[in-house]
Design a protein around this ligand. Structure first.
Ligand code: GLN
Length: 430
């Protein structure tokens, strides 16, 4: 598709905040000629990067993010920047300051979030692949809603240099593609240790603790939690049968602490976000509003630049970090994070991967959950454990509920993307 054709097709979907008229090929490489979209929170030199926020409406990137540099070297064509929930806070792309992205399978429904634009751009055929970011499910959930493959790599595998921060200890850049083979291809291009991100790791940081034996663990109680839709239950049962028919051994496992992942996430995420977003003070970046004095400038700018959900998270974050509440909330969440991580990692001594649905329900109608932040947070039940522990996870398309796609999710031990690719290709018949 030419930029003009993409713009026409995107009128109904709104996957893109900008289609680049000057998109060009960066030469020969392993991804030569592949059309790729980047999420609006990644810096692409001399192009806008707004993180879906009014705060950065006119912000132009002064340099390339490491991932952007790497895909250029691999020969891609960067077709545009995709819509997202403001500062990557949300689960439906409805929190973007620039309008909602619609699901290409049903434009009355959301595409998921926060990389809703990324998933919709691939699912609708407007590009071949996309880069998204995943802090609590933001690649995997929209991939499931749009019927494509979404990979969140191990924490530290992909450099965050040039990614606008949300929760620095959870954020990870990953891929949205049509196939698992493409996910592997793109992942191999973007991964690697980077002197510009000291949290990145080398390829041999995590040695495999066991040989890949096609053993999958299912946390049965967790998968059967309240609030999981019948469509998802049935689809999941079919996926389990499919894995069995492919020669996988299925083991029921107990992870008693997994149920704390969601509350842990919704304490640590706002805490880190409130600190990361302090930099938007009307002086250093983006929007500036005049008040009656310096302090008032700060209030005016942040009041005008941040949307409701972002303000809610900042308030929650400063609350859980404030003296008197720190031990009760943040301190406890950090301790629980350690328990969840230890529990998951010891599971991976017994099984190669854990299997769950990606989401508790298919894509909802635009506006259906906008009034209830809590309902929206509950949608992340199956994805946040991977970010809390740093483990890699992939969402695979697993069929339809009516015309709406559903996804299943595999989580592997730290550094074991190879297991996800192997099982993913088996499941998809690649
Ligand atoms: N839905 C989660 C949140 O709102 C995750 C978002 C993400 O992964 N960026 O924080």
């Amino acid at each position: 598709m030419t930029p003009e054709e993409i713009k026409i097709k995107d009128k109904d979907i709104h996957a893109f905040l900008e289609v680049f008229d000057d998109a060009k090929s960066y030469g020969n490489g392993i991804l030569s000629g592949k059309k790729i979209s980047i999420k609006d929170n990644m810096l692409f030199s001399s192009h806008k990067a707004s993180a879906g926020s009014k705060m950065l409406e006119n912000f132009t990137a002064p340099y390339d993010a490491t991932v952007v540099k790497k895909i250029k070297e691999a020969g891609v064509i960067i077709v545009g920047r995709t819509n997202m929930d403001e500062f990557a806070m949300g689960s439906s792309t409805e929190n973007s300051a620039y309008g909602v992205t619609k699901n290409p399978h049903d434009v009355g429904r959301v595409a998921g979030g926060t990389s809703g634009g990324a998933a919709a751009s691939v699912a609708s055929g407007m590009c071949d692949m996309a880069l998204g970011s995943d802090t609590g499910g933001s690649i995997r959930q929209p991939a499931a809603f749009c019927g494509v493959v979404g990979l969140k790599p191990t924490y530290g595998r992909v450099s965050r240099n040039g990614l606008i921060s949300y929760v620095s200890s959870f954020d990870q850049i990953g891929t949205v593609t049509k196939t698992v083979s493409d996910a592997e291809l793109l992942y191999n291009v973007i991964k690697g240790q980077d002197p510009l991100d000291s949290t990145t790791i080398s390829d041999d940081t995590y040695k495999p603790s066991r040989k890949f034996l096609k053993v999958i663990g299912i946390p049965k109680k967790f998968v059967e939690s309240e609030g999981i839709s019948d469509e998802v239950r049935n689809n999941f049962a079919e996926a389990v049968e499919k894995f069995k028919s492919l020669g996988y051994k299925i083991k029921e496992v107990e992870l008693p602490n997994l149920k704390y992942a969601l509350p842990v996430y919704y304490i640590i995420a706002p805490a880190e976000a409130s600190s990361n977003l302090a930099r938007f003070d009307g002086v250093k970046y983006g929007l500036h509003k005049e008040g009656i004095d310096g302090i008032d400038d700060y209030f005016e700018t942040r009041g005008a630049g941040f949307g409701r959900e972002v303000r809610r998270r900042i308030i929650l974050g400063t609350y859980v970090l404030s003296s008197g509440y720190y031990d009760e909330y943040y301190g406890k969440a950090v301790a629980a994070r350690r328990l969840i991580t230890a529990e998951l990692r010891s599971l991976f001594e017994e099984v190669d991967m854990m299997l769950t649905p990606t989401t508790p329900s298919p894509a909802w109608k635009v506006g259906e959950k906008s009034k209830s932040p809590l309902e929206m947070y509950l949608e992340d039940i199956f994805t946040v454990h991977a970010n809390i522990s740093g483990c890699p996870a992939i969402s695979l398309p697993s069929g339809l509920a009516g015309k709406l796609p559903l996804g299943i999710e595999l989580t592997a031990d730290l550094g074991r993307e190879d297991n996800l690719f192997a099982a993913g290709k088996d499941f998809m018949g690649e």
